[in-house]
Design a protein around this ligand. Structure first.
Ligand code: UTP
Length: 289
């Protein structure tokens, strides 16, 4: 029987330049959405999808991403002494969420290069990738949906969303043939195509299932758009020898790596919280902008 995928890689070593100065001394993956850092939403999605081990790729100085998941005995003692049972449970639940591993990407040479740092961790097995700055809302965890497709197809699977053609140039773009409802078999893909030559409105949504041959493909991938080693270029190489699937998921993607979407994500997720949702909605309705 095929083994279940239990390892996830979360690249989080980027500079986050679009959110400077907020990201000068703080990783963007630690920015707060309502009351949790983005990385926690990402790790929670992985865990809800059967992942037990999460490798976070970081750069020097971003160790706080690991600290967030480590026990803090002093804090736990204080919360206990103050009778703050709810907060204590919230903090303690992080201690055993997943086995968190760290690997350093010393030079920020692109997403593909970040994934290359996970070769040892992957140990020759398929694994999932969840971008550390992207929160996905879906009825069933998106990573779980992808691993289910992988169990059937035994080939890489990329989460896709449909966007207006006018903004597709910001993303990795997927071209493929629909072989089952929502499932596409890739024929081509291109990272951030020029605005006047957008081949499809299906774009990468920040979640992938990859097979270990991606590392050989990455070894053979030269710097592409923005002079970065692009994961899309490496996956395109894989397509020369195996099928690569795209899964058009039903749900919302929140990319918190830019100012506007960061603020929108806070509002949208805040509106769904039982403790503040109603007040936030009333305030939005009453306020004259
Ligand atoms: P982005 O391209 O959105 O992140 O990569 P960035 O480079 O930090 O952002 P800007 O453009 O400067 O604002 C998506 C994810 O991949 C990680 C990022 O940390 C982010 O979570 N990444 C990107 C790496 O780990 N290493 C890299 O070299 C580049």
């Amino acid at each position: 029987m095929q083994k279940k995928i239990t390892r996830a890689v979360v690249p989080a070593a980027g500079f986050g330049t679009r959110l400077l100065p907020a990201t000068k001394a703080q990783p963007k993956e630690m920015l707060v959405v309502v009351d949790k850092p983005v990385i926690q939403y990402v790790v929670e999605e992985a865990v809800q999808s059967g992942i037990t081990d999460v490798l976070i790729i970081i750069s020097d100085g971003k160790e706080v991403l690991r600290e967030h998941f480590r026990p803090d005995e002093e804090l736990e003692r204080v919360l206990e002494a103050k009778g703050k049972q709810g907060e204590l449970e919230v903090i303690q639940s992080l201690n055993h969420l997943a086995n968190i591993h760290i690997e350093y990407q010393h030079e920020q040479k692109g997403l593909g290069d970040a994934i290359f740092c996970a070769e040892k961790f992957a140990a020759g097995e398929p694994f999932v990738v969840l971008l550390g700055d992207t929160i996905i809302e879906a009825e069933r965890p998106l990573t779980l949906q992808l691993t289910e497709v992988f169990a059937e197809k035994k080939n890489p699977v990329i989460a896709l969303q449909q966007v207006p053609l006018s903004i597709a140039h910001r993303y990795g773009v997927f071209i493929g043939e629909e072989v089952q409802p929502r499932l596409y078999c890739g024929t081509a893909m291109v990272e951030k195509p020029p605005k006047d030559n957008i081949p499809s409105n299906l774009v990468f949504a920040g979640r992938y299932v990859l097979t270990p041959d991606i590392f050989d493909a990455l070894r053979n991938t030269v710097a592409g758009v923005n002079n970065e080693i692009q994961l899309t270029d490496a996956i395109r190489l894989l397509m020369n020898k195996r099928h690569v699937y795209g899964w058009l998921f039903d749900g919302e993607r929140h990319d918190v790596g830019n100012k506007l979407d960061f603020i929108k994500t806070n509002v949208l997720l805040g509106l769904k919280r039982p403790d503040i949702g109603k007040q936030l909605r009333d305030w939005l309705n009453e306020t004259k902008f």
